[in-house]
Design a protein around this ligand. Structure first.
Ligand code: CP3
Length: 343
């Protein structure tokens, strides 16, 4: 057992566990050095490289969990889409899903045929960590994966125009797509646990664009399915994370997740009230502040830890991923600060 897993299970202890979303990434010089010689996809698809990148932040900092180096979009490649990570643009899919026929054409490959490289990377990492630090597996949620599949580029650039268009004008295609993604995600998450991950996180980064009625109708049933099906098959805590979703927290609180990630737009106690049941919360320092000024980070981290004292359990994290221009020193000091705190 570990502080991180115990805390996710709701156990209170004097220490607050900490890990950071995107803790492996471009703010680390050793990541950039490897990235100079390899594309993002090469790094994800070569188990030795993915293992190395996963371990990089764990060698530097006393983090309480690792997260396997992959991307929420890599499992989509095996469905038959052309995914590329373009410099300055982020992920691009040049054959986006726009019609019923496009949805019907999508394959739902087994993880061993699709993402064996990630499963192999997990095994390498788990062997290296040797029980010292738990590893987190993850997947995107169907709504967010759909938004990339349908927009073909950063969903925010088009305000999810095509995604919402397909959802409401072609609900059958939408529901068929969600069912395919549920199967893909459940099998992928279970396979990551079978390979050695001790907890799972589901990322629904673009969910904040959806209103409550559409959440109920087009999103919620599939989130419930994924979490229920995963929990019926593997016994690990499942964290649900989305951004800009405070207004639907009362709804999200009803999901059968074990814990929730919270972004920086709401305080932890307010989030806890809206979520409405005593679950552990993970968060919620603004990553932009971490990049800005250590003095302000220290004040903010102290405030977050004080606010979290009212929660049943708290895992310190950012409200979203570490930004690439974040000073490594600020990350180091934040982790030391949280590790030195007693609640
Ligand atoms: O957290 C970790 O350290 C584990 C690895 C991880 C990555 N992406 C690596 C990555 C995880 C958990 C993700 C999740 C992810 N990917 C999400 C959900 C969380 C979030 O940030 O909202 C989303 C929406 C994506 C899609 C994605 N991948 C985008 C938008 C981009 C481009 C923007 C950017 O930050 O570069 C990526 C690329 C990506 N995924 C990088 C990394 C380290 C940068 C790749 C590079 O070196 O160029």
């Amino acid at each position: 057992m570990s502080l991180f897993i115990d805390t996710l299970k709701g156990k209170r202890s004097a220490e607050t566990p900490i890990w950071l979303m995107r803790q492996a990434g471009r703010y680390l010089p050793e990541y950039r050095a490897l990235r100079e010689k390899n594309s993002m996809l090469q790094m994800v698809q070569t188990p030795e490289l993915a293992c190395e990148v996963t371990l990089q932040p764990l060698r530097r900092f006393p983090l309480d969990a690792g997260i396997i180096f992959a991307d929420i979009l890599t499992p989509l490649i095996g469905m038959g889409v052309n995914l590329e990570f373009k410099k300055g643009e982020g992920p691009v899919i040049d054959n986006p899903i726009r019609t019923v026929a496009d949805v019907t054409r999508l394959r739902v490959p087994k993880p061993e045929e699709n993402v064996q490289y990630t499963l192999d990377a997990i095994k390498l990492v788990v062997k290296e960590l040797n029980g010292k630090t738990p590893l987190i597996g993850f997947s995107g949620a169907p709504f967010t994966l759909s938004s990339y599949l349908i927009e073909g580029q950063s969903p925010g650039d088009s305000d999810l125009r095509h995604t919402k268009g397909l959802m409401v004008s072609n609900p059958e295609a939408w529901h068929e797509l969600q069912e395919k993604l549920v199967t893909l995600c459940v099998e992928y998450l279970v396979a990551q646990v079978d390979a050695g991950c001790e907890s799972l996180q589901i990322f629904d980064s673009w969910l904040g664009y959806v209103g409550p009625r559409e959440y109920d109708q087009f999103v919620q049933p599939y989130l419930v399915k994924i979490i229920e099906q995963v929990k019926a098959r593997v016994n690990v805590p499942v964290v649900f994370f989305a951004t800009s979703v405070s207004s639907i927290f009362p709804r999200l609180g009803k999901l059968p997740a074990d814990a929730f990630g919270v972004d920086w737009r709401i305080s932890l106690p307010d989030a806890a009230k809206l979520i409405g049941r005593p679950v552990p919360l993970q968060g919620n320092l603004d990553p932009q502040l971490l990049a800005a000024s250590w003095e302000y980070v220290e004040r903010s981290a102290r405030a977050i830890l004080e606010e979290a004292a009212t929660l049943p359990a708290h895992i310190f994290n950012l409200g979203h991923g570490v930004l690439q221009y974040t000073p490594v020193e600020n990350v180091q000091r934040l982790i030391e600060f949280v590790k030195g705190h007693r609640r």
